[in-house]
Structures are given as structure tokens and as C-alpha cells.
Design a protein around this ligand. Structure first.
Ligand code: ADP
Ligand code: MG
Length: 267
């Protein structure tokens, strides 16, 4: 079965793109077939995958507007070992153009239907907003992965995001779930980080991934080499954290299949 994750947080700079790119590469390393979708006009996931965003003729923009299909627009991340649906500045205009089209919230979902079975994992790197682009990501996904920095305002923003997820679930995608909350750029020596981290655990319980991503310069350097850190320096603390996260996600999935939760729901 294909797993489709939207990596979402309306705050910028919390590690969405770093998480998307490294998780894609970590799953690819595990032998899984992965499609990474760059849904941010900044095109950072595209560049971080080693694909030149300016020379991408067909992008996610064309897919959303029905001008290309996924098979005709995807590129290959040679460094990452996964397929990429690239993005660039073109996508900034999509928001307005989408408004006039029908099924404007479900266009990505519709476009993925034809290729989903070719992949084990599809990861959607959302832009830093709760815009129509992000809604397309949430409607296409089965679950949301929320990267967050453990700082003072983090929890406040989280309630807006959870509200949006609830609205999408109520009206557009009833099976949307929260896959997990990921603590990024974590500094265990910082008391505030520890406090926010504990609050997260008490609010969200086992929805909080056990894996924490530390602040690590290799994660920040890797994009300038056009490669995920997981490939570029797999011994770094940052890469190790994302490899562990991939393991944790796969283990959760394994436990889910035929496990208590689903069996209980079925009865
Ligand atoms: P977002 O996609 O949420 O805007 P990014 O993944 O682009 O966030 O991260 C924002 C910046 O922080 C980038 O420059 C990135 O390289 C850097 N960064 C992300 N995660 C880490 C980390 N764990 N340690 C150090 N730098 C990081
Ligand atoms: Mg980003």
C-alpha cells in the first residue's frame, strides 16, 4: 500500500523541507520507491534534491493546472535515489489560477491517483502557509507529519494547524490523520526546549515521534551540494536522526497492520 505524507507547518524555517528531503532519501536507502513532491514556490526541496529548479520545464504547477500529468513532469533525484515532482516560482501564481477551477482543493489528489501504485511512499513538502497549495497537500495525503521547533510560540501555531486538519477531515478528506509531530533543531541543554517538548508529549502522547532531530550543521550544508544529508554525510548526527525517524515510521506502520487499532475499528 502506498503511504502519502504531507509535511506541514504554516511556520517557515521549522525544518519541513529538510525533513521531506532526508526522509525521502532515508526511505530510498531502505529500498523503498519514493516520490517527493515539492509544493513550495521557493523550490528548496527541488534544489536540495540536486535538481535545478530553473531548468524544470514541467513542474507541480503544470500538474495542478492540468497542463501535465505526474509521469510527464517528474524528474529523478540522482543523489537521493527517488523521484521528484519539482517546483519553482511558477507555482506562486497557481494559488490565484486554481481558484477559478473546479475541484480546486483536490487537484493534487486527482493527479496522484494514476501513479500512486508505483510508489511505497509519497512525501509532500508543503509551503509555509495554510493556503490552497497546502490544502491540496492535505487532501492528497493520508497523514500529516508536523515538524516543529520547541520554542515559545510553537504550540500556539499548532492549534491553527490542527484546526485546519480538522476542517479538511470534516469536508474534504475524512481519513486524514496526524502521522506524528517531529521535534527539529532540538537542543537538549535548552530549558525552554525541554519544557515545550514535555508539553507536546503531554498533549499529543505517542503522536510525538521518539526520534528528535538535533541542530546539526551538516543538515544545513547538504542542500548546497544538491544532496540530502542522509546521502552526503550519513555519519552526521542529523543524518542519523533522519535514518532513525524513517525506521520509527516503518516500525509504526508494521505495528499498525493487523494490529489492535485497526482490528478494533473493524469490529
Ligand atoms: P522549512 O521548510 O520549514 O521552511 P527548512 O527545512 O528549509 O525549513 O529549514 C530552515 C533552515 O534551517 C534551512 O536553512 C535548513 O538548512 C536549516 N535546518 C533545518 N533543520 C536543521 C537542523 N536540524 N539543524 C540545523 N539546521 C537546520
Ligand atoms: Mg520549506
Amino acid at each position: 500500500m502506498t503511504r502519502i505524507f504531507a509535511v506541514t507547518n504554516q511556520k517557515g524555517g521549522v525544518g519541513k523541507t529538510t525533513t521531506s528531503v532526508n526522509l525521502a532519501a532515508a526511505f530510498a536507502r531502505a529500498g523503498l520507491r519514493v516520490l517527493l513532491i515539492d509544493l513550495d514556490p521557493q523550490g528548496n526541496a527541488t534544489m536540495g534534491s540536486g535538481v535545478e529548479k530553473r531548468s524544470a520545464h514541467r513542474t507541480v504547477y503544470h500538474v495542478l493546472l492540468g497542463l501535465a500529468d505526474v509521469a510527464g513532469a517528474r524528474a529523478r533525484s540522482q543523489s537521493g535515489g527517488y523521484d521528484l515532482l519539482p517546483a519553482n516560482r511558477d507555482l506562486a501564481g497557481a494559488e490565484i489560477e486554481l481558484v477559478g477551477l473546479d475541484n480546486r482543493e483536490g487537484r493534487l489528489r486527482e493527479a496522484l491517483a494514476g501513479v500512486a501504485s508505483e510508489y511505497d511512499f509519497i512525501i509532500i513538502d508543503c509551503p509555509p502557509s495554510l493556503s490552497l497549495l497546502t490544502i491540496n497537500g492535505l487532501v492528497a495525503a493520508q497523514a500529516v507529519l508536523i515538524p516543529m521547533q520547541c520554542e515559545y510560540y510553537a504550540l500556539e501555531g499548532l492549534s491553527d494547524l490542527v484546526g485546519t486538519i480538522k476542517r479538511v477531515r470534516a469536508h474534504l478528506n475524512p481519513s486524514l490523520d496526524i502521522a506524528g509531530l517531529l521535534r527539529t533543531m532540538y537542543d537538549p541543554r535548552n530549558t525552554l526546549s525541554q519544557q515545550v517538548s514535555q508539553q507536546l508529549e503531554s498533549h499529543f502522547g505517542d503522536k510525538v515521534y521518539q526520534t528528535m532531530v538535533p541542530r546539526n550543521v551538516r543538515l544545513a550544508e547538504a542542500p548546497s551540494y544538491g544532496a540530502p544529508a542522509v546521502v552526503w554525510d550519513d555519519t552526521s548526527k542529523g543524518a542519523q536522526a533522519y535514518l532513525a525517524l524513517a525506521e520509527e515510521i516503518l516500525a509504526r506502520d508494521r505495528n499498525d497492520i493487523g494490529g489492535g487499532v485497526r482490528t478494533m475499528e473493524a469490529t
